[in-house]
Design a protein around this ligand. Structure first.
Ligand SMILES: Nc1nc2c(ncn2[C@@H]2O[C@H](COP(=O)(O)OP(=O)(O)OP(=O)(O)O)[C@@H](O)[C@H]2O)c(=O)[nH]1
Ligand code: SF4
Ligand SMILES: [Mg+2]
Length: 416
């Protein structure tokens, strides 16, 4: 279970003011000493994560945070980190031992973001039953639907908390979106093209490749894995052409020249773009590459700092292609991590990595912020396909996404 990738877990954030008992509640709930508890306000400074199996939901990731009411220069930084956890939370536990403006504002924030929220009325052992009832009534009066009084000391309410979590978890986590399963039929043969070069990790396949194979098997289809330089020979041995070819983006040009035009072809990054985020938005962003002009600012955004070949794709190859299309020098900024640069709106395009360490909600939050700032956003795989002139072919198996892209293109052309 511990090997479930972080991005596929239901992220449950623990939020609230300092000293309300967030960490104590997390420890009691998981029955482990995950987070430090003390009577000093501001004990938790950085987000603390705990992965566990929460049946029948499956793998979850609890994230304990610093209090949202922290003050001073350091406090402000801690609150910023907490707000980044807000962005990736699939589910929020709003912990409190009082009902004040802070709680009302937090509740409203989650409701506006459509994040399911559960109010945990902590330290219930310290209040008389009438006081607990009054607190619960105040929370419900503000619009909280799920309110559970509980105590980390006596264990009261912990089972109710668990039940409330399970029954109100987002549907998407009970029904994971398809990676490739909906694109194939039982008995179909799909060829997966995996370059095994110096950039490939030693001794293993990377996560999107493994997940694609697993999804094919789950859907009773066959997967044939070949190296890019052996693809031609492998296809020649087949009695019928494959139902679909999926390639690593870096081998796109070669693969597209080898695979017959009537055989559908796409890439792992495009499958992942749909699985993790919103393919139509990212495909629209790829088309926006054509609107770049010399001097425009382009943000290369990486979700983490350890992309094995990020230096090559994000920092060298894609910039070179984009400048060729723009017809002159562009201004590139590379940013790693979850935060956006303060001047996001000044960029003409965001090119994002595959975000393999993020969950879907986290990627959707970033897409939302880009949309709010009016900046088109795409990802490495779609950008590469567009630069190589094979985006149409790579999107052909996703008619819905392609239709939206076409609509957007028509609008933009009309605007110009
Ligand atoms: N009686 C009682 N005390 C509790 C309970 N939960 C937490 N406390 C106490 O409240 C204090 C704060 O608990 P924490 O869990 O550290 O609170 P926190 O919200 O994580 O605080 P920050 O680190 O500032 O974010 C500690 O002294 C705990 O022992 C509870 O259910 N009952
Ligand atoms: S794709 Fe993004 S999240 Fe995954 S390793 Fe590369 S930089 Fe990190
Ligand atoms: Mg704490």
């Amino acid at each position: 279970m511990q090997s479930t990738p972080k991005g596929l877990r239901l992220h449950i954030g623990m939020f609230g003011r300092r000293n309300v008992g967030k960490s104590a509640l997390l420890n009691a709930f998981t029955r482990q000493a995950v987070s430090i508890v003390s009577e000093t306000a501001g004990t938790t400074t950085d987000p603390v994560e705990k992965a566990m199996e929460l049946r029948p939901l499956g793998p979850v990731l609890f994230v304990d945070t610093a209090g949202v009411d922290d003050t001073g220069a350091l406090g402000t930084l801690r609150v910023q980190k907490t707000m980044q956890v807000v962005d990736r939370a699939d589910f929020a536990i709003l912990a409190t031992d009082d009902w004040q403006d802070y709680e009302r504002r937090l509740l409203k924030l989650f409701q506006e973001k459509n994040v399911p929220v559960l109010v945990a009325l902590t330290k219930s052992d310290l209040r008389a039953p009438a006081a607990n009832a009054a607190l619960e009534a105040a929370a419900r009066a503000s619009g909280a639907a799920n309110v559970v009084p509980c105590s980390a000391v006596t264990g009261a309410g912990l089972d109710a908390l668990r039940q409330a979590l399970i029954t109100s978890a987002p549907d998407a986590f009970l029904e994971v979106p398809a990676l490739i399963g909906d694109l194939v039929h039982a008995g179909d043969l799909v060829v997966l093209v995996v370059p095994v070069d110096t950039e490939a990790p030693k001794g293993r396949l990377i996560l999107p490749q493994v997940q694609t194979l697993r999804d094919l098997l789950d859907n009773d289809a066959y997967g044939m894995v070949v190296k890019d330089n052996e693809l031609g020979a492998a296809l020649a041995r087949l009695r019928q052409p494959p139902a679909l070819v999926v390639t690593d983006s870096q081998a796109f040009r070669h693969v597209s020249s080898v695979v017959p035009p009537d055989v559908p072809l796409t890439s792992f990054s495009i499958l992942y773009a749909r699985f993790k985020g919103d393919l139509a938005t990212l495909a629209r962003g790829a088309r926006a590459i054509d609107t770049l002009r010399p001097g425009d600012r382009v943000l290369i955004a990486e979700a983490c700092t350890h992309h094995p070949s990020g230096d090559d794709i994000g920092r060298v190859k894609i910039p070179r292609w984009l400048e060729k299309i723009a017809g002159g020098k562009l201004q590139f900024t590379v940013a790693s991590g979850a935060g956006d640069p303060p001047d996001l709106a000044s960029y003409r395009l965001i090119v994002h990595c595959g975000a393999c360490v993020w969950n879907r909600r986290q990627m959707l939050a970033r897409l939302d912020r880009a949309r709010a700032a009016g900046v088109p956003i795409t990802n490495y795989g779609l950008a590469i396909a567009h630069c190589l002139g094979i985006l149409d072919r790579a999107l052909a198996i996703f008619p819905a996404a392609d239709k939206q892209v076409d609509d957007a293109t028509v609008t933009r052309t009309a605007d110009v």
